[in-house]
Design a protein. Structure first.
Length: 468
């Protein structure tokens, strides 16, 4: 049996009242109460409000669905906001950590700025020290060159002084010998005059006529030979002086080249030590590309300097090698020639002395033969003076020969000492070079220490070279 509309509406109202999920407006309830009043006149009057109420109910039923969607959206927003709050806390913690790091970095930058200022100050001091060291090095090299030059000049002057002393002694001895010969000749002439006056025999007259001519011939011949030998000696002395000047110039140039060679070797050793230091720095700083590039540039510059110094050293060595053989060959030939000439001259002088002795002996025998009956106590004073002079001359000749032997032995000893000193110096330099090559790069010394060692070694060599 179909329900009546009033009853159906009343059921709807009851269901709507008891439905707690969807709120019902009071106006709708009022309309329902009005609708329940049984005053409906017709079916049309009943359907019109029903349509209106159906529309209202449909709207009321659609609103919870809309609100549930809105609630879900709001819950999603709440979740996103919660996540954002958590992220915001993490960000705040990160900000605090970054602020702490920033403070640490600020302190570090301040410290680094202080260190940079100190490093700049130290760099300026280091540059000034480097300039001072370079100036001192140049002064030291120039002073070393001057010292070696003065030492070489002193050696040459000392040799000249010794040569002049020897020449003076030789001239004094020649003067004495010439005086003696002059006195002897005067005595012989006096004796001959006495013999001519006293002796009237034929034999005596014959001897007095023959002997003076022989003596005159021998004296003239000896004088001519002496003059020729003096002229030759003077020419040889001039040649020897020229050769000695050339030898001194060659030795001076060789000495300067040797000093330059030694200084260049010192520079090469310094550059090698710098190259080794740069290589170590490159090995330690492989991770830093910029520093390694700078060090590589410095290394290339130092290597270029090293090659330039090595090329200069090779050129100087070639110059020394070119000078030494020419000087040695030419000077050796000239010195040998002069020595042979001096030997010949000494032999000629000895022969002349022997001839003079023979002539004196002949004169003595002639004097004895001229007066055979004369007693020993009745010897004339002129002959006795001549004999005394001859004995003194013999003693002087022996003394000069003894001095000559002494000087020759001393000269031999000096040559041996010079050779041994050169050998010791060469061995010392060789040991020094071997020690520097064999020493580890960790034991590299400073420039001042190397200079002190070189000066000590030079002093030791000069002490060895001093005459004992």
């Amino acid at each position: 049996m179909p329900k009546s509309p009033a009853r159906w509406l009343s059921g709807i109202t009851i269901s709507l009242v008891y439905n707690k999920s969807s709120p019902i407006p009071s106006s709708f309830l009022l309309q329902l109460q009005i609708f329940q009043v049984p005053s409906c006149s017709s079916k049309r009057d009943l359907t019109m409000p029903l349509n209106w109420y159906i529309m209202e109910l449909s709207e009321i039923c659609g609103s919870p669905r809309h609100s549930s969607d809105r609630v879900s959206r709001l819950e999603a927003l709440v979740e996103t906001y919660k996540r954002k709050l958590e992220d915001l806390g993490d960000l705040r913690r990160q900000v605090r950590l970054l602020e702490e790091r920033n403070t640490v970095y600020m302190q570090r930058t301040c410290e680094l700025e202080e260190e940079l200022r100190r490093a700049n100050a130290g760099r300026t001091q280091l540059d000034s020290y480097k300039r001072q060291v370079h100036e001192l090095h140049t002064k030291h090299s120039s002073e070393a060159m001057k010292a070696e030059k003065w030492q070489f000049e002193y050696k040459n002057l000392h040799d000249k002084y010794e040569a002049l002393l020897k020449e003076k002694e030789r001239l004094i001895s020649e003067r004495d010998t010439l005086r003696e010969t002059n006195e002897e000749l005067r005595c012989v002439q006096v004796q001959q005059k006495c013999s001519l006056v006293s002796d009237s025999g034929a034999v005596g007259n014959l001897a007095s006529e023959i002997m003076p001519t022989e003596f005159k011939e021998t004296v003239v011949r000896l004088q001519s030979e002496n003059k020729m030998l003096c002229v030759q000696e003077e020419s040889y002395r001039q040649k020897l002086g020229e050769v000695q000047l050339k030898l001194e110039e060659a030795q001076r140039s060789q000495n300067t080249l040797e000093t330059q060679n030694r200084l260049s070797q010192q520079q090469i050793a310094q550059l090698r030590s710098q190259v080794e230091d740069l290589q170590k720095a490159l090995q330690e700083q492989d991770s830093k590309a910029e520093d390694s590039s700078l060090l590589q540039k410095k290394l290339e510059e130092h290597l270029e300097k090293l090659h330039e110094a090595h090329s200069d050293l090779q050129k100087k060595r070639e110059v020394i090698d070119d000078l030494e053989p020419g000087v040695d060959s030419n000077m050796a030939k000239k010195i040998d020639e002069l020595q042979t000439i001096l030997r010949k001259k000494d032999e000629d002088m000895k022969q002349m002395e022997e001839r003079y002795k023979r002539y004196v002996e002949k004169a003595r025998t002639v004097i004895k033969t001229l007066d055979p009956k004369q007693k020993p106590h009745s010897v004339p004073p002129e002959v006795q003076a001549l004999r005394n002079q001859l004995s003194e001359r013999d003693r002087k000749i022996q003394h000069l020969e003894h001095d000559y032997e002494k000087t020759r032995s001393r000269h031999d000893v000096e040559e041996k000492l010079i050779i041994s000193a050169w050998y010791n110096m060469g061995m010392a330099l060789h040991q020094k070079v071997v020690g520097e090559r064999s020493s580890s790069p960790g034991q590299a010394q400073s420039f001042l220490a190397q200079q002190r060692q070189s000066t000590q070694a030079r002093r030791g060599l000069s002490a060895r070279l001093q005459p004992r």
